[in-house]
Write a protein that binds this ligand. Structure first.
Ligand SMILES: [Zn+2]
Ligand SMILES: [Zn+2]
Length: 768
């Protein structure tokens, strides 16, 4: 008989609440090993004892065959003295703090649960809340840690005998599945009318009936309420748009499966992987023509956001409706998504004809995530449900715990300690009391879940952002529930430096790089509004090496809402000897044009900006795309849609000779105006403009490479959500020998700012 060995094993990462202990149990018993497995504050520990070959086989399988939701960060082993144990046991959980362990993200219904859902002999057949250790709600139901049922919104549901038996059985797929339940003991659906009365009939079938009749139904999901309509019904989609006061922004569409997705959009392999992943984000895809989808779903858009069902409720609903369904955030206009049952009637009563709801509470408001494929990788545009609160692994550790407060639009915060950066779910535009409350409560919730007490708090330089004020209030001990942070060290981080640092952290890089940060608005170190910036930057600091030549924003914020004002300012800069005659944009706005020119020239309420977003706005207005916008970035989005992808021409513009270099974006505008006057097709002009901007970026980076010797370029800022520009810029840069870093795990827009602030603070950031 060979000698027995015993090995102690520690597994760190997302390994609790994901079926790790039953996996270890069945692996060990199948190999005839004795020992134990348990959870503690650092993750999972195990000891296995037996034949050396079997122990080796156990160790080899441990990482390779781990349960699908586990995210193993590290496995360490140590030899022990065998004690003759032949049986294998699951050790009871220790009482006390388990906060260093990680809460997993919400996860789409697994194949095993789907099979049971569809099996008439199964006791959970057709049950809208089926889940197991491999799938189901997590982050959205967790109230506190350690993660177990009494600390989730499943607490009010006492398990029935059969569910409890599965929960206790280490060999069962539902062993310690905290949200497990069945029709006998778990949550139940109800369909209510606009007045709150329960409607007759089986709720899912009745909901499907209403949708097929063209009604608007509010549907309670994982992180909030959605508004649903039949995506093939023109009147239903138009009614939803009108009631929601959402004039143009595209709606997302849920389809039953990949085959249904392929009937609406081009779905390549990368996109299929994203659609079907257990995170189940909305994936932006190129639309196919003539699909029978209502025009009001995504008016004038070449792209469509699709997602597959991610809860059993969605699977059942889509099967019953048997058509694509619009599934958009349950809110009015730009308010946060409704997630509390008590607010639904008041806030969605004027929009929805009925409410498909249930009695499991949502703890954390979480929107659907939005992604797309870019350069063969996932590019996250909104990081929320399915991704959060999974930490981002970075190249270097945080020497001390950090809270980063983000910016204003598409707000997120980031708490970081050790090797982990926890970027929050998308909170929305931090412009009102409701989103500020979500932000404040979110910070508290994350601090509790991950046991982080920040020693430094990073914030934007903009003095008027609510996130900046929040940081100041924290340090002064004026935030309720966070009085312990009074006196905490504050660190202001310049907006575009945070963008570039975010792109570096996203790519596990440290720089220095040439950072191209193109966005709408960011507060500069000189008090002007930046947004067309070339920074020579690393994590610790930056130098403003080049930027778009500033132009006035006539009327300040009004110029953001009314791109035609930027057209006036840019045309004035482009043609100082007199603006070209016969431009429609001038004619359309002739009553106000001279006054706007006057305040721009005199600098009255016309702050200077180097914003790239405003340059795109100006060109959009000149091309007649639109004079006013209904949502942030709309003019630029539509300009991209207009551009003819086959046009290779590019307008030229100059990079100035003096350092820091100025880039004369208005020269592009001069070419745009000339081609408009000459009657060139708008799609061709839009493409030549995009190519011109990409050419300018490349020309400027070449000058900076000559001066600084840097060969890597990081592209960040919301303007790079523009695929046409991002592709053209990255392609041109690579053809000139640059390595190009783009975002993948966090958004290039302001949703990524908090991560950038956190890594700058960790590096001891300072302006140079
Ligand atoms: Zn499952
Ligand atoms: Zn049960």
């Amino acid at each position: 008989m060979t000698e027995r060995v015993r090995t102690a094993i520690r597994v760190e990462g997302v390994v609790q609440g994901v079926g790790f202990r039953p996996f270890v149990y069945s692996l060990a018993t199948s190999l005839g090993l004795g020992g134990l497995v348990g959870n503690d504050v650092n993750g999972v520990f195990a000891e296995v004892e037996g034949d050396p070959a079997a122990v080796d086989q156990f160790l080899a399988s441990l990482a390779r065959d781990a349960p699908p939701l586990a995210r193993i960060e590290r496995i360490t082993t140590a030899a022990m003295r065998p004690d003759g144990t032949a049986s294998f046991a699951i050790a009871p959980s220790e009482a006390g703090s388990q906060r260093r362990t990680l809460v997993s993200a919400d996860t789409a219904t697994c194949e095993d649960c789907l099979a049971e859902l569809a099996d008439p002999r199964d006791r959970r057949f057709g049950y809208a809340f089926i889940n197991c250790t491999n799938c189901g709600p997590r982050f959205t139901i967790v109230r506190d840690v350690p993660y177990d049922r009494p600390r989730t919104t499943m607490a009010p549901f006492a398990m029935c005998e059969r569910c409890a038996a599965e929960y206790r059985d280490p060999a069962d797929r539902r062993f310690h599945a905290q949200p497990t339940c069945c029709p006998a003991c778990g949550p139940a659906l109800s369909l209510r009318g606009a007045a709150g009365a329960v409607l007759p009939g089986e709720p899912l079938a009745a909901t499907a009936g209403l949708l097929r009749q063209g009604r608007v139904v509010a549907v309670k999901g994982l992180g909030g309420y959605h508004l649903a309509v039949d995506a093939t019904s023109e009147t239903a989609a138009a009614a939803l748009r009108a009631r929601k006061h959402r004039e143009d922004k595209p709606f997302a569409v849920m389809v039953a499966d990949l085959a249904a997705a392929r009937q609406l959009c081009e779905v390549d392999e990368t996109a299929a992987g994203l659609l079907a992943s257990s995170r189940r984000p909305i994936v932006l895809l190129p639309r196919l023509p003539g699909t029978g989808l209502a025009a009001a779903v995504a008016p004038g858009n070449r792209q469509l956001g699709l997602l597959l069902p991610y809860t059993p409720l969605h699977h059942l609903l889509l099967a019953a409706v048997a058509r694509p369904v619009v599934l958009t955030s349950g809110n009015v206009s730009d308010e946060p998504i409704v997630y509390r049952d008590s607010q639904v009637a008041e806030r969605l009563g004027g929009i929805a004809d009925a409410f498909l709801t249930h009695d499991r509470a949502i703890e954390v408001r979480t929107d659907d995530s939005v992604v797309r494929a870019f350069r063969g990788r996932e590019a996250v545009i909104r990081r929320s449900r399915g991704y959060v609160p999974e930490p981002l692994a970075l190249a270097t550790a945080f020497p001390r715990p950090v809270l980063a407060c983000g910016a204003e639009l598409k707000s997120t915060f980031c708490l970081a300690r050790g090797n982990h950066a926890f970027v929050s779910h998308h909170i929305g535009d931090l412009e009102n009391a409701e989103t500020l409350r979500s932000f404040t409560e979110g910070v508290e919730h994350f601090r509790r879940l991950f046991d982080i007490t920040p020693e430094v708090v990073a914030h934007d330089l903009h003095p008027d952002y609510l996130s900046t004020k929040y940081a100041a209030n924290l340090a002064e001990g004026r935030v309720a529930g966070a009085a312990d942070l009074a006196g905490v060290e504050l660190m202001g981080v310049q907006h575009h430096h945070a963008h570039i640092a975010s792109c570096l952290a996203d790519n596990r890089a440290a720089g220095p790089v040439i950072g191209v940060a193109f966005d709408g608005t960011g507060y500069g170190t000189d008090g002007t509004i930046w947004g067309g910036e070339f920074l020579v930057a690393d994590l610790a600091g930056f130098e403003r090496a080049a930027h778009l030549a500033p132009v006035p924003m006539p009327g300040g914020a009004a110029a953001i809402r009314q791109p035609w004002r930027m057209a006036a300012a840019y045309l004035d800069a482009a043609c100082p000897e007199g603006q070209p005659d016969g431009l429609d944009v001038t004619r359309r706005n002739e009553a106000l044009w001279p006054g706007v020119l006057q305040i721009a020239r005199r600098g009255v309420n016309s702050p200077l900006t180097s914003s790239a977003g405003r340059l795109f706005d100006a060109v959009a207005a000149i091309l007649g795309v639109r004079d006013t916008i209904n949502y942030e970035g709309q003019a630029a989005v539509e300009l991209e849609q207009l551009a003819d992808p086959g046009e290779e021409g590019a307008y030229q513009a100059t990079v100035g000779a003096d350092y820091p270099f100025k880039i004369f974006g208005y020269e592009l505008v001069r070419s745009v105006a000339a081609d408009v006057t000459a009657g060139v097709a708008p799609g061709v002009i839009a493409a030549r403009f995009h190519n011109g901007v990409a050419g300018l970026i490349t020309a400027c980076c070449l000058k900076l490479r000559e001066r600084h010797g840097l060969t890597t370029v990081a592209l960040s800022g919301g303007v790079f959500q523009n695929l046409l520009l991002a592709r053209a810029a990255a392609g041109r840069l690579e053809s000139r020998g640059f390595s190009v870093l783009v975002h993948s795990r966090v958004p290039c827009n302001d949703g990524g700012i908090s991560l950038g602030q956190a890594v700058v603070a960790a590096a001891g950031g300072r302006p140079r």
